[in-house]
Write a protein that binds this ligand. Structure first.
Ligand code: 5GP
Ligand code: ZN
Length: 141
């Protein structure tokens, strides 16, 4: 897509600190890193978001993220990782070319869980499960 910054990075017409690539993906450092080594893994082909990307490119991005997590653990001494995908503006997506944030975690970093875990109402959880469950599948519980 002509007005997509990540397509421009793939094409080499916009600068980026590219740290990994394969036939389907490239990975580069985020310009606003949440922690050292914050990486964006993207498909070379333009897909808008999680609901639009095909399974093959999605799998390639996931595999690349794991490959890079192993490298970042080794080279930056990361102690853990968060993989985050923002799908659509309501979920904080700001660049509309699918990407996985690979965020290395360090015991002294400042990141916080973006929600407060609270016990849910079991009846409400069951109601939602009824809406979402596959009637053809065996009962989960
Ligand atoms: P989103 O908000 O869509 O989940 O993530 C977009 C990410 O892309 C943000 O973390 C932002 O810092 C990063 N970003 C936006 N423009 C550029 C750019 O031109 N180069 C790089 N390396 N990262 C970018
Ligand atoms: Zn694009």
């Amino acid at each position: 897509m002509s007005d997509c910054i990540f397509c421009a990075i793939v094409a080499g017409t916009a600068p980026a600190q590219i740290i990994d690539s394969d036939e389907r993906t490239i990975a580069f450092l985020d310009i606003n890193p949440a922690t050292p080594g914050h990486t964006l893994v993207i498909p070379r082909r333009h897909h808008t978001d999680l609901l639009e990307i095909d399974d093959v490119d999605l799998a390639a991005c996931t595999s690349a993220a794991r490959r890079l997590a192993l490298r970042i653990e080794d080279r930056l001494d990361a102690e853990g990782f968060n993989l985050i995908n923002a799908c659509r503006p309501v979920a904080w997506q700001t660049v509309f070319h699918f990407h996985i944030h690979l965020i290395p975690r360090y015991s002294d970093d400042a990141l916080k869980l973006p929600w407060v875990p609270r016990a849910g109402d079991p009846a409400e959880i069951a109601r939602v499960a009824d809406l979402l469950g596959d009637p053809a599948a065996a009962d989960g519980e």
